[in-house]
Write a protein of this length. Structure first.
Lengths: 87, 162, 757
């Protein structure tokens, strides 16, 4: 059972709930499950078939380049964070 | 536009003549007319030192010298520092001491160092820093540049003793 | 100093001469502005004299009529971008905004905003023609800083901007034009309870000035739009592939029709990722049928490229009696410049990143103002944030009579610490860098004398991974030609070649690295984000392993055995029967063993483990003038594994001195009309070698488990601590706590005079 951490700015949509345990095997599945619990939340995370511009997904503290396709396994932590570039 | 003039000068020991508009800077002549692009432009107004060349042995920012002022002088540029295929002590010290990162300021620093060591072969750290203060480097924090100048001075002194 | 016993490397950790060194000390290296093409034209640009204005008339006919002028372009000559976002390597970019930044559309949004360009037979004719362009403006009031731009009554720069992440009631708007481009929000634990339980609480407000990357080489582009529709761009850039894509997208031509040829690059620091010139030079080339060179002058560089945001930051930190942080709250507003895109996200993620804080909240805003569109600058967003957090922490240490190193160690983030933005850290070296400073000769030494003080501060940067490609061809003499796509700004040809050589067990000098154009190597992201030695290094290691595998197969042919009987060990192949061939011996036989061997490697990790640095500085403040002199400086940084220690030290020293400039002198001065009044290197005062002492670099090595040799990027972290370390030193020297950057003499004098009252 992976855990999705709900971005703090979206917790107004989850009545303050900050985490959700999901049975998902990919980030996309996790977002679908999240949206099942909190309808409408996915529009803040997804645009078309991709993560929203400017967002990245972190799995267990490591950013993934696979976005919504990134696989997740039980005990994984999923975070949605602002994208980082660098100088 | 004023007419072009012929300017006769000496660059790195060679007699050179070039055609020059009065408004053209020495830097522009070197880079665009003579295609000697080793001398770099960083600011165009004498603040960064990247275009330093030696004119009659003295360091000048070539962006503040007009091409016509080169008449009858002796110029030395970065292209004339190595002795044939052998680097001189300053170049060697910069290379071995990792005293460059991007390298755009390096020709200016080497020319400024040549000028310093010619008049003061054993400069103190304070003297090195004062003499090089007109040359900006944004990459290195100057630490390794100052050490390279110290190293070059020592090597040159050693070479003289031999 | 290393935290674990290092494997015994042969090449890694040595200090070979860089492969491009001789070219760079003899003037032979070709930088962007050094290229000369047959028939080449020179170009110049018209830039806005106003900070904020509508263009009411633009007539280029007189310029076009000047003899020697070959082409004139304005934004009207470029295809419409529509409303689209494009992924450009380091994040997605609104193409309409990027296009309007390259050449203004109907409005200019900052002093120096490019409007038109002319290509002519000489630079002088081009400049003369620019003067002949007729233009009229309707001047609008300028919006000069983030806080005033956020007010509802502020003029709005971009009518298409809405607040990303908007919540009802906050600054900005979800459906009306606004300057507030995005809102970032993080929260963990219960900060109300945390502050209620705190024994000490300190809250301060900070203002930092807009500063520039200050690379010595101005932006440049030389472009040929050939009759076959193919566009070649010679330029200095941090990333050829992003430059190619931006150019192609702005011209709306297929990306593969553009080839970017990397010239040597004279510094970037984040400022040479976004394109300004290539599309303009390309269009001038298309119209004239000739190659066109467009080079910025220094004023244009300072007016219209870079910078990194000025900012407003408020930080409140509460600790218990022992100094343990139990609550922290931050509010950050960063100036995006003319178009959205300041590093507010990373700023918010970095502000509390050095510490383990159970209850915390961070709120941040990206705000458009009439200044140049900001771009990345060495650890973008982190330095501003570190200045605020690290000075507040020092104030708390003082109140609790704690040593500044001890309060940092007490709270240091470590493996498993949950960051305020959510994720937990993997293995990191925060505490190790503080310990390195605490135990250094510098920190342990006394600092006698009046008006002198010592300060320390810590900084953090993520270090990105991203994508790289390397190709390596084995030559018959046993040497290797290594092709890579990472432009080399500070010796990365060598740090990459060293990892390749280490993997194959051959000398570094036998590897000949070349940075090649976008047609000659696989996709490679920018040289930035401290990623090149890490990520292109991984690609090089993979390419070397590919060659190893092929050599095992070739040796099996040579010994007429099967590959499973052959091993690659220590720079050669060994057969199970005891026979051995060195790398060189086997290379000489390749043509009879199946032909050429080419190794390939790529990498695509998104991120590294992150890196920390702690700096210690001694200053003396002149009480008569407010001038701060740096007496001694030591910087400790976790570099994972230092591949080429000289260039690692160089990154630390260079970053520290840029940070010193940011701390003490550098700032864009805008007058009340929003005009930049110091667009020269005389008045935009970067440190000279007379301003700084030697910078002692302490390399701490806590290997990053995500790299085969444990590399952590080193380029960005060292700019983060200096402003805070210097502010803390000033406070200890003369008792004034500075909350603005730069801490220039007039500002320090003002505080000293207040203190006297």
């Amino acid at each position: 059972m992976a855990t999705v951490f709900i971005p703090a700015e979206l917790r107004v949509l989850t009545h303050g709930v900050s985490q959700l345990t999901v049975t998902a095997s990919t980030v996309a599945d996790a977002v679908t499950e999240l949206n099942g619990q909190f309808p409408g939340i996915e529009t803040h995370l997804i645009q078309g078939s991709k993560l929203r511009a400017g967002l990245m997904v972190s799995i267990n503290g490591t950013f993934s380049s696979q976005g919504l396709r990134a696989p997740v396994t039980a005990s994984d932590e999923i975070h949605f964070l602002p994208a980082i570039g660098g100088g | 536009m004023a007419k072009k003039r012929i300017v006769s000068t000496t660059i790195n020991g060679d007699a050179v003549e070039f055609l020059c508009e009065p408004r053209q800077t020495l830097l522009e002549i070197l880079r665009d007319v003579l295609e000697m692009t080793g001398t770099k432009e960083g600011c165009g107004n004498g603040n960064c030192g990247s275009c330093t060349v030696l004119m009659n042995g003295k360091p000048v920012t070539s962006c503040l010298v007009l091409g016509v002022e080169a008449e009858g002088v002796e110029l030395r540029t970065i292209e004339g520092v190595a002795r044939g295929s052998e680097l001189d002590e300053v170049q060697q010290a910069f290379l071995e001491g990792a005293a460059l990162q991007c390298g755009i300021c390096t020709p200016g620093f080497i020319m400024q160092t040549e000028a310093l060591l010619a008049c003061n072969p054993t400069p103190t750290e304070e003297e090195i820093r004062f003499h090089l203060a007109g040359n900006l480097c944004r990459c290195t924090g100057y630490d390794k540049i100052v050490r390279a100048v110290q190293c070059a001075a020592e090597r040159r002194a050693g070479a003289c003793h031999k | 100093m290393s935290t674990v016993e290092k494997p015994s490397y042969k090449v890694i950790g040595t200090r070979p001469i860089r492969h491009d060194g001789v070219d760079k000390v003899t003037g032979r290296a070709k930088y962007g502005a050094d290229i000369r093409l047959t028939g080449m034209l020179w170009a110049a640009m018209l830039r806005s004299p106003h900070a904020h204005a509508k263009i009411t008339r633009l007539d280029t006919s007189k310029a076009k009529a000047l003899p020697g002028v070959r082409a004139v372009v304005t934004s009207k000559d470029f295809p419409d971008q529509g409303d689209r976002l494009v992924e450009l390597g380091e994040g997605s970019v609104n193409m309409k905004h990027l296009a309007a930044n390259v050449l203004a559309h109907d409005k200019v949004l900052y002093h120096g905003h490019a409007i038109a360009a002319v290509a002519a037979d000489s630079i002088h004719i081009a400049q003369q023609a620019v003067e002949l362009i007729e233009i009229e403006y309707e001047v609008l009031p300028p919006v000069q800083d983030a806080l005033s731009a956020m007010k509802p009554e502020s003029p709005v720069l971009n009518t298409d901007v809405r607040t990303k992440g908007y919540v009802a009631g906050g600054p900005g708007s979800a459906d009306q034009p606004t300057n507030v481009a995005s809102r970032i929000y993080f929260e963990q634990g219960d900060i109300k309870k945390g502050f209620a339980d705190a024994a000490v609480v300190v809250e301060r407000e900070f203002h930092t000035a807009t500063v520039h990357q200050g690379y010595i080489e101005p932006h440049n582009a030389t472009v040929l739009w050939n009759a076959d529709g193919k566009v070649t761009v010679w330029m200095s850039t941090q990333g050829t592939f992003t430059a190619r894509q931006q150019t192609a997208e702005l011209l709306r031509i297929p990306v593969s029709d553009v080839k970017v040829v990397p010239m040597e690059i004279g510094g970037g620091f984040g400022g040479k990722i976004s394109v300004y010139l290539p599309p303009v030079a390309a269009m001038l080339s298309k119209l004239s049928g000739r190659p066109v060179q467009l080079v910025m002058d220094r004023a244009a560089v300072l007016l219209a490229t870079g910078p990194t945001p000025g900012s407003y930051i408020r930080v409140k930190v509460g600790t218990d009696k022992s100094g343990r942080i139990i609550a922290a709250d931050a509010y950050l507003a960063y100036e995006a410049g003319a178009y959205p895109g300041s590093p507010i996200g990373p700023g918010c993620m970095c502000i509390f990143s050095c510490y383990d804080i159970p209850n915390a909240r961070v709120e941040g805003y990206d705000v458009c103002v009439n200044k140049p569109r900001t771009n990345a600058y060495r650890a973008p967003g982190s330095t501003n944030a570190a200045f605020a957090m690290e000075t507040v922490l020092d104030e708390i240490a003082k109140q609790l009579k704690l040593d500044p190193a001890e309060i940092r160690l007490l709270n240091a983030a470590k493996e498993g610490t949950r960051r305020v933005d959510g994720p937990k850290y993997s293995r990191i070296g925060m505490a190790e860098t503080v310990e390195a400073i605490r135990d250094s000769a510098h920190y342990q030494s006394p600092l006698p004398g009046p008006n002198r003080g010592r300060g320390i501060a810590t900084g953090f940067w993520f270090n990105v991974g991203l994508k790289s490609s390397v190709t390596a061809t084995l030559n018959l003499d046993g040497k290797v030609s290594l092709l890579e796509g990472s432009t080399d700004i500070g010796g990365t040809r060598t740090s990459i070649a060293m990892q390749f050589a280490e993997t194959l067990g051959i000398p570094c000098e036998d590897v000949h690295p070349s940075v090649v154009d976008t047609d000659s190597i696989g996709y490679t992201d920018v040289t930035g984000g401290s990623r090149t030695t890490f990520s292109t290094g991984i690609a090089a290691v993979n390419a070397a392993n590919d060659i190893k595998q092929q050599l095992i197969e070739r040796a099996a042919i040579h010994w007429q055995t099967t590959p499973d009987k052959v091993q690659y060990i220590d720079g050669g192949v060994t057969c199970s029967d005891g026979q051995r061939l060195t790398f060189k011996e086997l290379a000489a036989e390749l043509h009879e063993l199946g032909g050429p061997v080419i190794g390939q490697g790529t990498s695509g990790k998104e991120a590294q483990g992150g890196a920390f640095g702690t700096h210690c500085v001694d200053v003396e403040v002149d009480p008569e003038t407010g001038k701060v002199q740096i007496l001694r400086y030591t910087a400790a940084q976790d570099c994972g594994t230092a591949i080429h220690p000289s260039y690692v030290e160089g990154q630390i020293q260079g970053g520290a001195v840029q940070g010193i400039g940011w701390a003490l002198n550098e700032e864009f001065w805008y007058d009340p009309k929003g005009l930049l009044r110091n667009a020269t290197f005389l008045d935009y005062r970067m440190p000279t070698c007379y301003d700084v002492p030697m910078i002692d670099a302490i390399i701490v090595e806590v290997p990053d488990p995500s790299h085969p040799y444990g590399v952590r990027g080193v380029g960005e972290v060292p700019i983060c601590p200096p402003p805070a370390a210097i502010a803390n030193a000033i406070a200890n020297a003369v008792g004034v706590q500075m909350t603005t950057l730069p801490m220039s003499p007039p500002k320090i004098m003002a505080e000293l005079l207040k203190q006297k009252k």
